[in-house]
Each structure stands twice: as structure tokens, then as C-alpha cells.
Write a new protein. Structure first.
Length: 282
């Protein structure tokens, strides 16, 4: 009605809205675009003026140098092992915990949920010293198992909290029908609830994987030689102490970022379903 009475104001609002969208998109995407552009440029091109830098010839030498680096190859392998291991353990433990917290009533359940929430927002640096002592005493220092164990501190609370809210919204009739057919609680969880929980499992698993893949502090502290990707990229050095290899650094960053983007695009439907599950009651 207002748009019909004042079409000028309507078009002005739409123009301002799309202008705001363009500004936000530029602010979010420009750093990634500049990193991608830098990864295809030679070292000497980095000192050119912006317009000359953009129009400079492209080269794949930075990617060839990074992919041929044995330290980077080992880092990719260790990052994959640690991230997949931490996510698998977190989903397994988190599913059992979420099933208990979301389906059963017992004393102290609210307290446990608040403790889980508190642990999930606890700063990593606060537990670094104690966790380092535990890992050294357990004999898993500089071992992917020790790093997986350290990552469970922030992946399990996040997984439990998200999955618990999802389990609460699953209709109880599904579980009752399975129990009536003679299924045990474990069979009900694995054969009935897990297929229904697929969107939430994909969402929490992917977000936990991204956190583990990009984690730097624990990987730097608990691994002396078997470095993960963020640590290797941060310690990337040039031919001399005065050489700052921004091109290879950006190429390595793009190489480790593209798989995450591909995973998000591939599972985008499951992610949207998992994030919006339970948002509407009815």
C-alpha cells in the first residue's frame, strides 16, 4: 500500500538495501579475492601499484612450489588425520550424550548442560598449561592422538549442545514405535534416530572439522615436528631472512581453504536443515 502511494520511496529503499548488500559482500569477499590474486603473482609483483599488480601476468609457480614442499604435504596429512579423528570421536560421544540429555529426565541435567555451555566458551589459553602436562604425562606429545585429545575439549561440548537441542525436537512416536517392535535403546539410536539426525550430524561435524582444520594454538604447542597446516603456513620462510614469500603463503592458504568451501557447497542443504531444525514449533 505504501509502495503504491509513494513509489519513489519504495525504489529508494530497494536501492539502499542492494547497495548495503554489495558493500557487505565486498567487505567479506575482497580479502579472499586479494589472497587468490596474490597467489598467482610473482614475488616482485607485490611491490607494484594496485592497478599494475592486478594486471601483472599470472603464474602457477607459487602453487607448484607449495605442493612440492614435503613439509606442506605432511602437514596436509596430519591435519586431515587430526580433524577427521576429532570429529569422529566427538560425533560418537556427542550423539550418546545428546540422546541421554534430550530424551531422559534426571537430576542435574540442566546443570550438566550449563557446564557444557561454559566449557565450550572457555578460552583455550586458560587450559593450555594443564592440558600440556596431561599430554606429556600420557606420552602422546608430538603425536596426532594427543592433538585429537586436546581438540575434544572444544568439539565435544559444541557437538553435545547442538545435537541435544535437535534430539529434543524429534517426535517421540518414532522411538516408541521402535521400542514396541522390540528394539533396544542402542538399536533405536543407531537405526531410527541416527538417520533422522543426519542434517544435524553433518552440520555439527562440518563445523567441528573446520575448527580443527584451522586450529593453531594447540597444534603449535603439542606438536614439535609433526606440524599441521596452520602452523606450517605461519612458519613458511623464504630463501633468506629478508625474503617474505607472500605468494607461496597465499597459495598454501588457498589450497587448504578450497576443500572447506567444497564441503560447505556439497553439504549446504544438510547444513541449512541442521541449523534451522527446531526453529519452528508445531
Amino acid at each position: 500500500m505504501n509502495a503504491k502511494k509513494n513509489p519513489g520511496m519504495y525504489y529508494l529503499q530497494r536501492t539502499l538495501f542492494y547497495l548495503l548488500v554489495v558493500v557487505i559482500a565486498f567487505y567479506l569477499l575482497f580479502p579472499f579475492f586479494w589472497a587468490l590474486l596474490t597467489s598467482f603473482k610473482r614475488a616482485g609483483d607485490l611491490f607494484l601499484l594496485p592497478l599494475q599488480f592486478i594486471t601483472a601476468p599470472f603464474t602457477l609457480s607459487n602453487y607448484a612450489q607449495v605442493l612440492a614442499n614435503p613439509a606442506f604435504q605432511r602437514a596436509l596429512l596430519f591435519s586431515l588425520i587430526v580433524a577427521v579423528g576429532a570429529v569422529a570421536v566427538s560425533l560418537l560421544i556427542g550423539s550418546f550424550a545428546a540422546y541421554s540429555l534430550g530424551r531422559f529426565r534426571f537430576r542435574g541435567k540442566a546443570t550438566i548442560l550449563y557446564i557444557i555451555l561454559g566449557v565450550s566458551v572457555f578460552p583455550q589459553i586458560a587450559v593450555l598449561g594443564g592440558l600440556f602436562t596431561v599430554i606429556r604425562a600420557g606420552g602422546v606429545y608430538n603425536n596426532p592422538i594427543g592433538l585429537i585429545f586436546s581438540y575434544l575439549i572444544f568439539t565435544i561440548p559444541f557437538t553435545v549442545w547442538v545435537l541435544t537441542s535437535f534430539v529434543r525436537d524429534i517426535p517421540g512416536e518414532l522411538e516408541e514405535a521402535a521400542l514396541m517392535d522390540g528394539a533396544t535403546p542402542l538399536q533405536t539410536l543407531f537405526r531410527v534416530l541416527f538417520p533422522v539426525m543426519t542434517p544435524a550430524l553433518v552440520t555439527t561435524g562440518l563445523l567441528a572439522f573446520i575448527n580443527c582444520w584451522n586450529e593453531y594454538l594447540f597444534a603449535l604447542t603439542f606438536m614439535s615436528s609433526n606440524r599441521t597446516v596452520p602452523v606450517v603456513i605461519a612458519n613458511y620462510s623464504g630463501a633468506s631472512q629478508y625474503d617474505q614469500p607472500w605468494g607461496p603463503i597465499m597459495a598454501a592458504s588457498i589450497v587448504v581453504t578450497v576443500p572447506l568451501i567444497a564441503l560447505v557447497l556439497y553439504f549446504q542443504r544438510n547444513i541449512v536443515s541442521g541449523l534451522t531444525a527446531g526453529a519452528v514449533k508445531g
